[in-house]
Design a protein around this ligand. Structure first.
Ligand code: ATP
Length: 421
C-alpha cells in the first residue's frame, strides 16, 4: 500500500526586480504537483521581516502543504526553480526545503520580527532531517525554512491571478471601475484592492512580474465574490494563498530598553513636541514614555495620514505602530487614546482701553502700556481639537503587506475622525 506522507515544501528568493515572482513559481509548481498525483492541501504566502535589506519587493516566502513522496516532491521543486527562477540575477539566491517534521515556530517568529542567518536555517534543517538545497549563496533557505516553520493564530487569504506567459512585461489591462465595484461589494471582508481616499488601484502591480492582480480578504468566499466582479485581460493561472498578511505579525510590543534597528514595534507614549513638516512633506513628531523618547515619521506617501500627525499636540496620549529605521519609527497606524486640552494663554485685552496688555514680569501679571491698568488674569482660550480619539491608519496605497488594516478590527472599534479636510 502506498503511504501518503504529509510534508511542507518551502521556496524563497527565486525572483529579481527584472521579473518572475516566487508566488508564480509556486503556483506553477502546485499545478505540476497535482498533475503528478500529489494532493496539495494548502498554499501559504508567508511575509517575513519587511525591513530586510536583501528583499526584492515584499519579502515573501512560500510554503506548500502537500502529501506524497518527499524526494519526488523535492526533485520536482528543484527542477521548477532551475527552470523558472532568475538564477542569473546577481541578487537571486534561491532556497528549497522539504520537511516532514514541524520545524521550530520560533525560527519563523524570528524571521518575521528580526534577522536570521543562513547558518541558523541550515542548523534547523539538518537537525530535523529536512531535504534542502541552496542555490548560489543559498540565502533563500532562510525564507524557505521560516515559511515551512510558520504557524499563526491569525491568517488571511489572497487570491493571486497571473498573466498569460506571452503578456509578461507588457502593460496590464485591468478595468479600474470593476476593481472599485469589487471593493464596494465586499469591503470590509476584502481590502486594499483599491485606495478610495486617493482614487488609485492598489492590487495591480507595475513591476514586470507575472502577477495580474491580487485580492486580499478574510475568506476565500468573499475574495471569490470580489474576483467575480473584476474585468481584465485574459488570466493564466490563479492561486488562493493562506497568508499572514494583514495580521500585524511583525509588530513587537515595546516594554523597555532601546529600539533595535529593523524591528517593528507598538509603543505607548505621550506627544512631547509640536509636529514638524520637513522637506519633501514628511511629518515628524516626538513622543515619549517613562523609558524612551522617539521621533515618529509619517512620510509623504502616507498622504492624508500626515494631517492626523500634524493635528497632534504635546500631552496627547497615543499608541504608535511602525518599524524602527534610521533612528525613527515609520508610522503604520496610530491609536489616539486621550487628547490634551488645546489651551492657549496670552496677555488679556485691557478692560479700560481695549488695547492688548503686556507682561509685567515673571509672576507680576500684566500691565497696560497705554492706560497703566494692571491685572493678574491672563486670557485663556481652548481651541477645539481637529481629531477625535480612536484609530487612524495610513491609506491602502501606503500600507505594508503585514500591517493589519482597520477593516479587520472588530465591529465597534473606535475609528478616529479628522475634522478638517
Ligand atoms: P518576492 O516577494 O518577489 O518573492 P522578496 O521581496 O520576497 O521577493 P527575496 O527575493 O525573497 O525578496 O529576498 C529576500 C531574501 O531575504 C531571501 O533570501 C530570504 O531568505 C531573506 N530573508 C527573509 N527574511 C529574512 C530575515 N528575517 N533575516 C535575514 N534574511 C531574511
Amino acid at each position: 500500500m502506498l503511504i501518503k506522507l504529509s510534508m511542507r515544501i518551502g521556496i524563497d528568493d527565486t525572483d529579481s526586480p527584472e521579473g518572475m515572482c516566487t508566488t508564480y513559481l509556486a503556483s506553477v509548481l502546485i499545478k505540476r504537483l497535482e498533475k503528478q498525483g500529489f494532493p496539495v492541501r494548502e498554499a501559504r504566502l508567508v511575509r517575513l521581516n519587511p525591513n530586510v535589506r536583501e528583499k526584492t519587493r515584499g519579502n515573501a516566502a512560500i510554503a506548500i502543504l502537500v502529501e506524497g513522496d518527499p524526494n519526488e516532491a523535492f526533485e520536482l521543486t528543484c527542477r521548477s526553480v532551475e527552470e523558472l527562477g532568475m538564477l542569473n540575477a546577481p541578487n537571486t539566491h534561491p532556497g528549497v526545503v522539504v520537511t516532514e517534521e514541524q520545524l521550530p515556530v520560533e525560527f519563523y517568529r524570528k524571521a518575521l520580527t528580526s534577522f536570521c542567518t543562513i547558518e541558523e536555517a541550515v542548523k534547523i534543517l539538518d537537525s530535523n532531517k529536512a531535504i534542502f538545497k541552496g542555490y548560489k549563496l543559498g540565502r533563500g533557505l532562510i525564507g524557505a525554512t521560516a515559511a515551512v516553520a510558520a504557524e499563526n493564530d491569525d491568517w488571511t487569504f489572497e487570491l493571486l491571478t497571473y498573466r498569460l506567459a506571452g503578456s509578461f512585461g507588457t502593460i496590464r489591462s485591468v478595468d479600474k471601475n470593476s476593481l472599485f465595484s469589487a471593493e464596494l461589494l465586499t469591503f470590509p471582508h476584502t481590502w486594499d484592492s483599491v485606495d478610495s481616499e486617493n482614487d488609485v488601484v492598489v492590487c495591480v502591480p507595475h513591476t514586470p512580474d507575472p502577477v495580474l492582480f491580487g485580492i486580499r480578504g478574510e475568506s476565500p468566499e468573499w475574495i471569490q465574490l470580489a474576483r467575480s466582479a473584476v474585468k481584465s485581460e485574459p488570466v493564466g493561472i490563479e492561486q488562493m494563498f493562506v497568508t499572514n498578511q494583514g495580521t500585524d505579525g511583525h509588530i513587537l510590543i515595546y516594554k523597555d530598553g532601546g529600539l533595535i534597528e529593523g524591528h517593528s514595534y507598538r509603543f505607548n507614549g505621550t506627544v512631547s513636541g509640536m509636529p514638524q513638516t520637513g522637506t519633501g512633506g514628511h511629518v515628524s513628531v516626538r513622543i515619549e514614555s517613562d523609558h524612551l523618547s522617539i521621533v515618529c515619521m509619517a512620510y509623504e506617501p502616507t498622504k492624508k495620514f500626515r494631517d492626523v500627525i500634524r493635528a497632534l499636540i504635546p500631552g496627547d496620549s497615543i499608541v504608535v505602530f511602525g518599524s524602527y529605521k534610521n533612528g525613527s519609527l515609520n508610522l503604520e497606524k496610530v491609536y489616539v487614546a486621550q487628547l490634551a486640552e488645546n489651551l492657549k494663554i496670552r496677555p488679556p485685552v485691557c478692560q479700560k482701553c481695549s488695547k492688548r496688555m503686556k507682561s509685567a514680569g515673571i509672576k507680576k501679571g500684566y500691565k497696560c502700556r497705554t492706560c497703566h491698568e494692571k491685572t493678574m488674569d491672563s486670557e485663556k482660550t481652548i481651541t477645539p481639537r481637529e481629531l477625535t480619539p480612536g484609530w487612524y491608519e495610513v491609506p491602502s496605497i501606503a500600507r505594508r503587506h503585514l500591517a493589519k488594516p482597520l477593516a479587520r478590527f472588530q465591529e465597534g472599534t473606535a475609528i478616529g475622525v479628522l475634522k478638517k479636510e
